[in-house]
Design a protein around this ligand. Structure first.
Ligand SMILES: Cc1cc2nc3c(=O)[nH]c(=O)nc-3n(C[C@H](O)[C@H](O)[C@H](O)COP(=O)(O)OP(=O)(O)OC[C@H]3O[C@@H](n4cnc5c(N)ncnc54)[C@H](O)[C@@H]3O)c2cc1C
Length: 472
């Protein structure tokens, strides 16, 4: 028997296709109320005394919600948008609509889990059933060959076992008709939700714009239009431009696209056009993403503690002054500063950049890795709780796979990935007059350069740390 009225509570699944919660709700209910809730937490201060989410991050989210609203309306339905404490908003919606079921997703992250738990507890008291769906990962959590507490501590084992035996579930079609999704078709303005629209500038690697169609366009571009996927393994450590990597991450973070959609498109591409190490590597990276999501489920709160999932504690520094220099891109180490300025100006940074700035913060400045993770949470368009906190813990040496030393020698990294200094000069134009790789080591050059190059930002003559320690 169908539910009379169901609430579809969208979380990080802002799409119509391959959306099990939506599909099930739509098929099993006479009427739907659909909602996205802009949780008040975005506007609260995180422990680093900054608002949790930047305007750029919220702009990407806003566009993704508006795109979803448009697609829902195109199928005859309507999507409500609310702002506030999620648990309270759901209670208000219940008072207003008196639904008998709720359909939503299971998200990674302790806050997200608690939020769902609180909502479920409230709904039980009201006699409302909650149906939850795990849609975040490529492998369904029920299909992996370990109970979550036995998840391998090393990624390679996770990947190999899954490759051998774990099926990837088939895609779920978008509902054909949503005219049973009732409610007023309102026009929403970002300003009314305390969102100041702030797009990445032209200089950004990509003109990131949220939404399901944008995600599909990017997929099509990277696979079919340009065949860039065929060279991904060679280019993925790049720093400049849109093409060196797939740039799927912001779309995956909000669920504008599902990892399964990418996977099945990849399989189709491999069958119809070409299969090589590079095409496989996209799958490999999606498996990493999955691994971080499962690691987060396994370790929960521990992954947000200073010692991470390690037994012994570290003596982290809490120097606000040093942290500020790092976050503003004013450490005097050009490779670190260029990456941080790119992040601040655009909301994106390459994977190579993320590893370097995270290593610099945690190993060179010895600052509490969680400060870096909170800062990234605020800035990144692609902020994803598991990928962010998992990668930070990993680089800081307090996460999974502790065998590897995650220290990055910044100058040797710069030599390898930006040998001519093109990347740093793009973000730090005051270094443009310095020939090639020398721009990376202004802090090591003799005083003469200060006289001949007055245009150079003084910060690069006095780096925060002694750059002599890095052989390159
Ligand atoms: C300190 C630190 C913080 C990070 N924070 C985030 C975050 O908040 N959100 C996020 O999505 N990624 C995060 N990453 C992982 C990675 O940097 C980004 O996923 C990647 O740079 C996104 O660009 P892309 O989509 O072009 O990636 P591509 O290289 O094209 O990879 C394809 C997809 O694989 C996945 N992927 C690739 N590398 C990783 C990785 N190391 N961990 C998890 N998934 C990966 C992503 O979903 C990505 O979209 C972080 C990495 C570090 C070192």
């Amino acid at each position: 028997m169908k539910n009379k009225k169901s609430l579809v509570w969208f979380r990080n699944n802002l799409r119509l296709a391959d959306n099990e919660a939506l599909y099930e709700a739509s098929s099993n209910s006479e009427q739907l109320i659909m909602v996205y809730i802009l949780d008040a937490r975005h506007w609260q201060e995180s422990p680093i005394k900054l608002r949790t989410s930047s305007d750029k991050k919220l702009t990407f989210l806003w566009d993704s919600i508006m795109a979803l609203k448009k697609s829902v309306e195109a199928k005859g339905g309507s999507l409500l948008l609310k702002k506030g404490n999620t648990e309270e908003v759901i209670a208000e919606l219940f008072d207003e609509y008196n639904f008998d079921a709720v359909y939503t997703t299971i998200e990674s992250g302790v806050y997200e889990e608690r939020e769902l738990e609180n909502v479920e507890n409230y709904l039980i008291k009201k006699g409302v059933s909650t149906y939850t769906f795990a849609e975040t990962t490529l492998y369904h959590p029920d299909d992996i060959p370990w109970p979550i507490n036995k998840l391998p501590a090393v990624f390679t084992q996770f990947r190999k076992e899954n490759e051998k035996q774990t099926p990837i579930r088939a895609l779920i079609n978008a509902p054909e008709d949503l005219s049973h999704a009732v409610g007023e078709k309102l026009t929403y303005k970002p300003h009314d939700f305390n969102i100041s629209i702030d797009y990445p500038p032209e200089k950004s690697v990509l003109n990131f714009k949220g939404g399901e169609q944008e995600a599909l366009n990017r997929l099509n571009y990277y696979f079919w239009e340009t065949d860039l996927v065929q060279t991904y393994k060679k280019t993925r450590n790049g720093l400049l431009g849109g093409d060196y990597s797939a740039k799927f991450s912001p779309y995956l973070a909000l669920g504008c696209i599902s990892p399964r959609t990418i996977y099945f498109e990849l399989k189709k591409y491999e069958k119809e056009r070409k299969s090589n190490q590079s095409t496989y590597w996209i799958f490999f990276e999606l498996a990493w993403r999955d691994y971080f999501h499962f690691i987060m489920k396994k370790h929960g709160n521990q992954l947000f503690s200073a010692q991470g999932i390690k037994e012994e504690g570290y003596e982290w520094s809490h120097s606000e002054k040093d942290f500020q220099k790092w976050s503003e891109g004013k450490t005097g180490v050009p490779f670190v500063d260029a990456n941080m300025r790119e992040l601040n100006e655009t909301g994106f940074m390459s994977n190579r950049g993320r590893q370097n700035v995270a290593s610099f913060l945690t190993h060179d400045l010895n600052i509490d890795w969680r400060w870096g993770a909170w800062y990234f949470e605020r800035q990144l368009l692609d902020y994803d709780v598991a990928s962010n906190w998992g990668n930070w813990a990993y680089v800081a040496g307090v996460g999974n796979d502790p065998r590897e030393n995650r220290y990055f020698n910044i100058l040797s990294q710069a030599k390898k990935y930006d040998p001519k200094g093109e990347y740093i000069k793009y973000w730090l134009p005051s270094l443009s007059g310095i020939e090639g790789f020398n721009a990376h080591k202004v802090g090591l050059l003799n005083g003469e350069i200060r006289e001949t190059h007055k245009e150079i930002d003084a910060v690069f003559f006095e780096p925060m740390i002694d750059m002599k320690k890095w052989d390159y």
